[in-house]
Design a protein around this ligand. Structure first.
Ligand code: 3PG
Ligand code: MG
Length: 401
């Protein structure tokens, strides 16, 4: 896999200005970074380039300012935590192009690190504008893309710029691509998928692509209710998309025709409301009062899922099995995550997880570190699971002009 992409291996970066696209779109509250996972993820590339004697110029978007300079969406608050993690000073420039950026770059010495202000303060970024990409490219001698989590966007800093400078995949990008390849590209079989979350409607492409590729697919979370309802089970006041009955039945038929075993819940945990400490009741399918909601997978469902993990060589996981943010409805997700983590530790399973809530759920279960790989990506991970090609990844292909 990695040989399909241009990497920094064997590239002499001494005295070079390396323009590095990172994804510092990190969770922030009141101007303080609350989760530094994406900062950590950028360290190996930054260190490698510094060690090689390059000047490291970091570019990133943050939030969605839509081409305007929105002060609350500045990347400045990232400087201090990044410097602390790196153990070296990080300079900051108030603009990512033009005189301010050019002067800041001109003042750099080999091994220095500079972070430029939010790319999305300029409309040219999201427009994939070649003129804006030219302005960015003028700041560097080579371009490194380390932002897998932004690779589903065809923006100037992920797409157009790769045509203007020698372009390489950074260390995090390489790790993501290798992990994704080991999970869906060339996985050890049998392969099990877990897809949770609430809406079937947003995951149709994903379900179809996974059914083609996987041996077993477990469906959990709110979207499982839509499948249960489509099979005629009562779901009470649960979250459900009743209009998607035909769609759900179509997916089940498709899975059967492709010999992918669908694992739907065989028991449920219900309560009136998803409130912390609410009285949670384990029930058989269909045994639910009209005012009750399904809020988690039942113990037999989880047991069957764990057995499916035992019988698999590879697991790809997106989305929680229940309302994991509200205990006790985290039990199913936590138990399944712990089982996967144990199998990984014992070398019996390759488990790759990613996408939105998944990482929070694994962190809540304290098992993210034991998974083979946890992606830093939300939307990009989903699009990759849907089988779509990602512009930011395509831009780095070895054969591309
Ligand atoms: C993400 O957080 O998923 C990426 O940084 C992409 O952000 P976006 O959805 O605003 O493009
Ligand atoms: Mg997003």
């Amino acid at each position: 896999m990695a040989e399909d992409f241009r990497t920094l291996d064997g590239v002499d970066v001494k005295d070079k200005r390396a323009l590095v696209r990172v994804d510092f779109n990190v969770p922030m509250e009141n101007g303080a970074v609350t989760d530094d996972t994406r900062l950590e993820a950028a360290l190996p590339t930054i260190r490698r380039l510094r060690d090689g004697g390059a000047k490291v110029i970091l570019i990133s978007h943050f939030d969605r300012p839509k081409g305007r300079r929105v002060p609350s969406m500045s990347l400045k608050p990232v400087v201090a935590p990044l410097g602390k993690l790196l153990g070296a000073p990080v300079a900051f420039a108030n603009d990512c192009v033009g005189e301010v950026a050019e002067q800041a770059v001109a003042a750099m010495h080999d091994g220095d690190v500079l972070l430029l202000e939010n790319l999305r303060f300029h409309a040219g970024e999201e427009a994939d504008d070649p003129a804006f990409a030219e302005q960015l490219a003028a700041l560097g001698d080579l371009y490194v893309d380390d932002a897998f989590s932004a690779a589903h966007r065809a923006h100037a800093s992920t797409d157009a710029i790769a045509r203007l400078l020698p372009a390489y995949a950074g260390e995090q990008m390489r790790r993501e691509l290798e992990a994704l390849d080991s999970a869906l590209g060339n996985p050890k079989k049998p392969v099990l998928g877990i897809v949770g979350g609430s809406k079937v409607s947003t995951k149709l492409d994903l379900l179809h692509n996974l059914i083609v590729k996987l041996d077993r697919l477990a469906i959990g979370g709110g979207m499982a209710n839509t499948f249960l309802a489509a099979q005629g089970w009562a779901v009470g006041a649960s979250y459900c998309e009743p209009a998607l009955g035909d769609t759900a039945r179509g997916i089940m038929a498709f899975a059967e025709s492709r010999h992918c075993e669908l694992l739907l819940p065989v028991d449920i945990v219900v309560a009136e409301r998803p409130e912390p400490g609410a009285a949670a009741r384990v029930r058989d399918l269909g045994e639910i009062d009209p005012h009750e909601r399904i809020l988690d997978a039942g113990p037999q469902t989880v047991e069957r899922l764990c057995a499916a993990m035992d019988a698999s060589a590879t697991l790809v996981w997106n989305g929680p099995l229940g309302v994991f943010e509200v205990p006790p409805f985290d039990r199913g997700t936590v138990a399944a995550a712990r089982h996967a983590a144990e199998l990984c530790k014992a070398g019996k399973l390759v488990a790759v997880a990613g996408g939105g809530d998944t990482v929070s759920a694994l962190n809540a279960a304290h098992v993210a570190g034991d998974f083979t790989f946890v992606s830093t990506a939300g939307g990009a991970f989903l699009e990759w699971m849907e089988g779509k090609s990602l512009p930011g990844v395509e831009a780095l292909r070895a054969g591309r002009a």
